[in-house]
Every structure is written in structure tokens, then in C-alpha cells.
Write a new protein. Structure first.
Length: 310
């Protein structure tokens, strides 16, 4: 498949989903896969743009199965590194009656934490530096140590210096940032290196304090990011290019069973639109159309047959 080189960087995990609550421990559970950047990569591939996924997995059978699944989706796996000891992380999803979800994580031994410390990382970074589009998230940053973050920031600078576009979803999760000041300072410092930011306004409230959407958007512009698509779930969201800022609606989902991956799929739809030359408002519309389908299925990645025609 020809087209721009897209690199998505982050952590892939095993996903355990079943009945809600620990009382369901004796019930059957389904093992899938997920992770914020992985979800975006899968959906973007299904929309006709084959990204290279930059991560680290283990040498275990689960890691092998994940790579095979990504290749079947059409994703490029040349940037998947293999850790000699570590394995993929794991998370469990619980959903309430309205489809809202909560998570429990087991990611201390996740191979992705060491993706920039492996001997093969130098070659992977060099290959990723040729990206036309580089996408990562706040969760990506949260799992890396200071040295790993430094190498990622250097990669971002190289991609941008070569004319590539940098896309960032802050995706703030308090558990990943024991020191919230660290997250605030890092996100703000990175803003001038980012071409498009895709924040959730709920996350912005959590990290920076409750504020009107325009205030959160203005903060990103003032820090140096030229384009913002801010998400508000079923309420739609806001788009801004620094000169005009306007709300956008989304069509309500026919049913909501699990909101896991909704924002990640929105990002994929929006990113696909932008890669194809769409405006910010058209990109946001495409993102909303995909997200409304995703929330009607369990797990972060809905069955491929449920995808709309490309």
C-alpha cells in the first residue's frame, strides 16, 4: 500500500473483559487486545492507511499472536521490538449499565516500558524518523522513564524538522502520573512540537482544573500548538485553528454497551480524514461517525466486519 508513512508509537496490552464487577470472577472472560495507541492504529489501518506500530513485546505466545493479528489487519510490524524477558501488560474492563467503563491494570512488566532501552531501538528510531505522520499519547509518555521520554522527544524533533506532522492525544490518566505537575509541565513543553492535539475535555479538567472548552483550547494555542480538536464524547466537541473556534456535533449512537476505545477510534477517523486532505471539521465528523459505531460493541477494538465501508 502506497501513501504517506505513518508511525504510531505506544503500548499494546492484553484486554480481559467479562461481566461487570469482581463478583463475576467465576464467570467466563474474553481475552482480546487493546491499548490507546494500538486501538487508533488498528482502526486507521481498517480505514485504508497502514501505520507502522512502534512498540515492544515479549518472546511469549501472546506477543506472537498479537503481531500476527496486526499483520492480518494490514499494519506494518517492522518497528515492533522484542524484549527478552518482559511480556505485554494486561488490563481488565468493567462496564456499568450505561456502557461507561473502568479499568484495572497490570503493566509493571510491560515490554513497552523498555522500548527505547533495547539494543534494536536505535535502528527503529532511525526508521521512524522518516515518518510523514507521527502519533503518540500521554499514556505513551507515562510508561517511559526519563531516558525513554528524552529519546521520544528527540524523535519528534527529527520528524518535524524533516517536515512530518506530529499528532498527540494527551489521554491523561491520573494513575500513570503520580506527580500531576510533571504531566502538566511535559505536555506544555511539548506543545510547540505538536501540529495537532486531540484532547478529551474531561481529561483537561482533571489535569489543568475545570474550565470552559475555549480556555483549554486557548492554552494549547498559547503554548504553541496550531490545531486543536477537543472531544466531549456524545456532546461532540470543538475544533480550532487558532483563528476560529467552533463546536461540532456528533450523531448519537444507536446503542452504547462499552465506551472503551471511543476516543481512540475518533482519533483514527479524524487522522484518516486529515491524511486524505480533509478540513478539521470534516475530520471531526469522520471521527465521530466511527466512534458512534465502536461504542456499540464490547472491547476497545470492534469486529472488523462492523467497520463501515472505506
Amino acid at each position: 500500500m502506497s501513501g504517506p508513512r505513518i508511525v504510531i508509537l505506544g503500548e499494546a496490552m492484553l484486554e480481559l473483559s467479562g461481566q461487570s464487577g469482581v463478583s463475576a470472577l467465576g464467570s467466563s472472560f474474553t481475552l482480546r487486545q487493546g491499548g490507546d495507541t494500538l486501538n487508533t492504529a488498528v482502526y486507521l489501518s481498517r480505514l485504508g492507511h497502514a501505520p507502522a506500530y512502534f512498540t515492544a513485546l515479549g518472546q511469549d505466545p501472546y506477543s506472537e499472536a498479537m503481531i500476527e493479528a496486526w499483520q492480518a489487519e494490514g499494519m506494518k510490524t517492522d518497528l515492533v521490538l522484542r524484549h527478552p524477558v518482559r511480556i505485554p501488560g494486561l488490563y481488565a474492563i468493567e462496564t456499568d449499565a450505561s456502557g461507561e467503563r473502568s479499568f484495572q491494570y497490570w503493566r509493571g512488566e510491560s515490554a513497552a516500558r523498555d522500548m527505547f532501552a533495547l539494543p534494536e531501538s536505535d535502528a527503529a528510531i532511525e526508521a521512524a524518523a522518516s515518518a510523514d505522520w507521527l502519533y503518540f499519547s500521554g499514556i505513551t509518555l507515562s510508561i517511559l522513564d526519563a531516558a525513554g521520554r528524552g529519546r521520544l522527544i528527540d524523535l519528534i524533533g527529527t520528524v518535524r524538522a524533516r517536515g512530518g506532522q506530529i499528532v498527540f492525544d494527551p489521554n491523561f490518566r491520573p494513575r500513570g502520573w503520580p506527580d500531576r505537575d510533571e504531566a502538566r509541565q511535559l505536555f506544555t513543553a511539548l506543545a510547540r512540537q505538536i501540529d495537532l492535539v486531540l484532547p478529551s475535555l474531561d481529561d483537561e479538567d482533571l489535569l489543568f482544573g475545570a474550565a470552559e472548552p475555549e480556555a483549554h483550547i486557548s492554552r494549547w494555542h498559547e503554548a504553541g500548538t496550531p490545531h486543536v480538536i477537543a472531544k466531549q464524547g456524545a456532546k461532540g466537541g470543538w475544533i480550532s485553528n487558532g483563528e476560529t473556534c467552533q463546536a461540532f456535533p456528533v450523531t448519537p449512537a444507536e446503542r452504547v454497551v462499552d465506551t472503551t476505545g471511543a476516543g481512540d477510534s475518533f482519533n483514527a477517523g479524524a487522522l484518516a480524514g486529515l491524511i486524505e486532505g480533509a478540513s478539521l471539521d470534516e475530520a471531526a465528523r469522520r471521527g465521530g461517525e466511527l466512534a458512534r459505531l465502536v461504542v456499540g460493541h464490547h472491547g476497545a477494538i470492534m469486529p472488523a466486519e462492523a467497520m463501515p465501508e472505506v
